[in-house]
Design a protein around this ligand. Structure first.
Ligand SMILES: [Zn+2]
Length: 386
C-alpha cells in the first residue's frame, strides 16, 4: 500500500530568536519526509494544504495531565479518554501521558486497562503511555491527593503496573526508604522517575539522583521548598544538573516572577511545561469533582473546599504564552519546553519533539495569539480550524 502524502505550504518556521521564515513541510505516511524554505519542489501529493501564513511548531507533549472536559483518569471510560485526546489536540498537544493519582489499586489497574484499550485508536492526541503520580508519595506534601490512600511501594502492587509496559513516568517520594526499590526498578526498566509530593532534604535528593531520579514533579508545588539553611527539593532541583523541572505555568500555581527565576537558573533545556489539568479543564466556572472531593472552579483556579489547589485547568499553548510573558524569552526558544524536553524525558526524542526530516509528523499551526488552528498527529489531521 502506498503511503498517503500531504504537502503543507505557506507556513512560517520560527528560529530560536523568533525570526520567521516561510517554508513548507512534506509528510509521507506518519513521518516528515522533507521540509524547507520558500516554495516546495514538485512533489507528488495526495493533499496540498495552504497554511495561510500561520506559524508551524512541533506538536506539544504533555507528560502530566489527569483529565479534561468533565473526564478524569480515575474512573475513566474509553469514550471519556477519547474526549480528552481530542480536547488536548485542539490545544496543540500531539502526545500525552495519561496520568493517574493516588487511588485504590483496582482503580489504578482499571485506568491503565482503559488507556491500553484506547491506545492506537486515539481520535486526537496520541497516548504515549501512563504516568503514575502516586500512590507512593509523602503525606506531608499530599497536596490535593488523598492522604489515607498514600502508601509505600510494595512489589506485589507495583510490579503489576510496571509489567503492563505502559508506564513511562512514575512520581515517587524518594526519601521514604520503602520506596527506594521502586526507583531502582523503574530505572532498570527504562521508566523515568520524578521526585514528587516529597519532603526530601537536599541530601536525600542527591541520593535520589544517584539512584536515577531525573525529574521533579510540578516544581515548587507539593515539595519541600528552598530554605537558605536546608535547600530542600527546590534547592536540589536548582543545583543538580541531572534534574529536569516540570512546571505548571498557569500563573496560579507558581508566580510568574518565580517562573522566570526557574528559567534563568535551569535554562529552557531543563524545564518541562505540563498542564496537570483535571476534569474541569475546558469547562465553565462551577463545581466539579476531583477524586471524589468537591472542587470549585473560579477564574481558572480549581480548589478544594479548604482552598488547596487541585490540579489545574491549564492547556499547554496557554502555558507557553504565560512562560513567554513571564520570561520575555522568544517562542522559538521556549517551544522546546513543551515538545523536545518532554520527548527527551521519556526517551522519545529520537522520533518526536522536533520538526525534522524522518521524525514523526506531529505538528501544529498557531496564529499570532498562539491560538491553535491545526493539529497533525503522526501524519493525520486531527484538528483544523481555518
Ligand atoms: Zn498531577
Amino acid at each position: 500500500m502506498t503511503k498517503s502524502t500531504i504537502l503543507l505550504t505557506n507556513i512560517q518556521f520560527v528560529d530560536s530568536h523568533d525570526h520567521h521564515i516561510t517554508g513548507w513541510i512534506y509528510v509521507e505516511g506518519t513521518k516528515i519526509k522533507s521540509l524547507g524554505q520558500g516554495q516546495p519542489k514538485n512533489f507528488p501529493v495526495d493533499i496540498s494544504l495552504d497554511g495561510q501564513g500561520l506559524t508551524v511548531l512541533p506538536g506539544m507533549i504533555d507528560l502530566h495531565t489527569h483529565g479534561a472536559k468533565g473526564n478524569e483518569m480515575i474512573g475513566i471510560t474509553a469514550p471519556g479518554l477519547q474526549e480528552m485526546s481530542q480536547f488536548y489536540a485542539s490545544h496543540g498537544v500531539t502526545g500525552f501521558l495519561a496520568s493517574t493519582w493516588t487511588a485504590p489499586r483496582e482503580a489504578i489497574r482499571d485506568a491503565i486497562a482503559v488507556t491500553h484499550s484506547v491506545m492506537g485508536n486515539e481520535m486526537g492526541a496520541k497516548i504515549l503511555g501512563v504516568h503514575l503520580e502516586g500512590p507512593w508519595l509523602n503525606v506531608a506534601y499530599c497536596g490535593a491527593q488523598d492522604k489515607s490512600l498514600i502508601r509505600t511501594a510494595t512489589r506485589e502492587e507495583a510490579v503489576e503496573y510496571l509489567n503492563t509496559d505502559l508506564i513511562r513516568l512514575v512520581a515517587v517520594a524518594p526519601e521514604i526508604p520503602d520506596n527506594e526499590w521502586i526507583i531502582r526498578e523503574c530505572v532498570h526498566r527504562g521508566i523515568t522517575v520524578a521526585a514528587g509530593h516529597t519532603n526530601a532534604t537536599y541530601v536525600e535528593m542527591k541520593r535520589a539522583v544517584d539512584m536515577g531520579v531525573t525529574q521533579v514533579t510540578h516544581c515548587f508545588n507539593a515539595m519541600r521548598p528552598l530554605n537558605h539553611r536546608e535547600p530542600g527539593v527546590v534547592g536540589a532541583a536548582f543545583d543538580l544538573p541531572q534534574i529536569k523541572c516540570e512546571l505548571i505555568a498557569d500563573n496560579i500555581h507558581v508566580n510568574p516572577i518565580v517562573m522566570k527565576l526557574l528559567m534563568n537558573i535551569k535554562g529552557p533545556e531543563n524545564v518541562i511545561l505540563i498542564s496537570d489539568s483535571i476534569s474541569a479543564a475546558g469547562m465553565p466556572d462551577g463545581e466539579y469533582f476531583f477524586e471524589g472531593a468537591k472542587v470549585t472552579l473560579k477564574d481558572g483556579a480549581a480548589r478544594l473546599q479548604d482552598g488547596t489547589l487541585a490540579g489545574s485547568t491549564l492547556t499547554l499553548e496557554r502555558a507557553l504564552a504565560n512562560i513567554m510573558k513571564a520570561t520575555g524569552r522568544p517562542m522559538g526558544e521556549l517551544i522546546a519546553c513543551a515538545s523536545l524536553n518532554p520527548a527527551h524525558a521519556i526517551h522519545m526524542d529520537d522520533h518526536k519533539g522536533q520538526l525534522r526530516r524522518d521524525w514523526d509528523a506531529d505538528l501544529i499551526l498557531v496564529d499570532q495569539n498562539l491560538q491553535v488552528k491545526f493539529t497533525m498527529v503522526e501524519g493525520k489531521v486531527v484538528f483544523r480550524q481555518f
